[in-house]
Design a protein around this ligand. Sequence first.
Ligand code: ADP
Ligand code: MG
Length: 268
Amino acid sequence: MLEVRGLNKVYEGQGRRVEAVRDLTFTLDPGELACLVGPSGCGKTTLLKCIAGLLNPTAGEVRLSGARVSGPPPGMAVVFQEYGRSLYPWLRVRDNVELPLRQKKTLTKARRRELVERSLDAVGLADAAGAYPWQLSGGMQQRVAIARAIAYEPEVLLMDEPFAAVDAQTRADLEDLVRGLWKDLGVTVLFVTHDIDEAVYLGQRVLILSHSPTVVQEQLKIDLPDERDQLHTRVLPRFAELRTHVYEEIQAAKRRASGGASAGKEAG
Ligand code: ADP
Ligand code: MG
C-alpha cells in the first residue's frame, strides 16, 4: 500500500545543513494501523511531509499503491499536531470539513453534505456543525480536523502527533476514537507520536525511529488483544513489557547517537 524506500532529507539554506532523515525504509500493508515513535527533532514531521508529497525527499522515494508520490496524492489525508492552525477560523465547522471535498469534482453537493454529516457524527460533533472553530475546545477542534480527514475518504490517513496538545482525558478519548474509526473504515493509518505508551496502545505495529539523522531502528509487532480499552489494556503485563522494550530501544539509540556524534558532524 505505502512504501518508503531509502528516504533521505537534508535541509539546506542560510549556511546551515541539517540531515533530518538519513535512510528510512518501511512498508505499510493495506488496512494496517502502524505507529512511528521517536524523540522530538528526529524527523517525524519531515518524514510525514515527504510521504504526503508536501516536501521533496533529497534521496529515496515514496510509493502509494505502486505510484511514486511527487505531490499531494488524492488518496491521502493528513491530521497535523497544530489543530489551531489547521482549521480556518472564518469558516463554520461544517464548511471546514467540506472544503477539501470540493477538490473531488465528481462529488455532488448533496453527497458532500452527506459525507460531512456522517464524519461529524462519527467524531461526536454533529451538534457543533454550525459553530466556528474558535468556539470549541482544543479536543473538539482536533476532532473537527479528524472529521475533515475521514470525510475525504482517504486510503491512507497520516497523523502527526495529533493529540500532543490536548489534556490527558481528551487524549484517551481521541485515541479510542482513532482505533474505532480505523476499524469501521478499513483505512490504512500511519500515526506518529513521541509518546511510547500511546504508540503501544494504538498500533498493530510500532516502528521505532533513532535520533537524528534518522533510520528505522526496529519494527515491533504489538501482540496485544485487538479489542483494546484504556482501563484494561494499559495494565496488562504484556503492555508493560512492550513499552519497556520500546523505551530501552530509544535509550540505546540515544547512547549510540551521542557516541557517534563526532562521526555525524564530520559527515555534515
Ligand atoms: P520531529 O517532527 O520528529 O520533531 P522534524 O521533522 O520537525 O522533527 O525536524 C527534524 C530536524 O529537521 C530538526 O533538526 C529540525 O530542526 C530540522 N528541520 C525541520 N524543518 C526544517 C526546515 N524547514 N529547515 C531547516 N531545518 C528543518
Ligand atoms: Mg514533529
